[in-house]
Design a protein around this ligand. Structure first.
Ligand code: ZN
Length: 179
């Protein structure tokens, strides 16, 4: 780090401490040549992320737009606004760490789905219905199946009915079977 007084390139660090609520590190330095002291800040570089939309148009990643879409999809699902904000923060941090500066809206949608899958099935299906651009009931069923295969232990939308039906079928077929 170049000294602001004499432009000497070597300095020693006298003190390092976290600042700006952990967003940066403040270092107190002393120039090895002129002995002047100065302060430097180190923080994670913020790089704008470009999103390539379905129609091929590009726009910058918009934190609040993604949050709005998720709030809409997750209405009355019991996921708190704070949790959704935290998810958007995590997604943005992931994108910031991504080596590519351009991502497709599908990739972002998939990231959101990965989070929602762990949170809530209704929110997952609703978000998938918007971002997955369902063409019809076939796509809906495919998404539901995808959810269920990746979450074999989680409750499904209609667990009781399915169970009752199959139970009845089993019992009635065993009655029907001649012994
Ligand atoms: Zn100096």
């Amino acid at each position: 780090m170049q000294c602001p007084y004499c432009q000497h390139i070597n300095s020693r660090v006298l003190e390092s401490r976290s600042s700006e609520g952990g967003q940066s590190i403040r270092r107190r330095r002393e120039c090895l040549s002129c002995k002047h002291r100065f302060t430097t800040y180190e923080r994670v570089e913020f790089v704008p992320i470009t999103v390539i939309k379905h129609d091929g148009k590009k726009e910058s990643f918009d934190h609040s737009k993604l949050l709005r879409g998720m709030v809409r999809a997750c209405e009355k699902t019991g996921i708190s606004h704070q949790r959704l904000e935290a998810i958007v923060d995590e997604i943005e941090a992931k994108l910031q760490q991504h080596p590519r500066r351009e991502v497709t809206s599908q990739e972002i949608g998939q990231l959101v789905l990965d989070y929602l899958r762990q949170e809530n099935e209704v929110a997952y299906i609703r978000f998938a219905s918007v971002y997955g651009r369902f063409q019809g009931i076939k796509d809906f069923v495919a998404t539901l199946k995808q959810f269920q295969t990746k979450n074999p232990s989680s409750p499904t939308l209609w667990p009781k009915n399915t169970h009752n039906c199959s139970d009845q079928e089993t019992s009635s077929s065993s009655i029907m079977t001649p012994s």
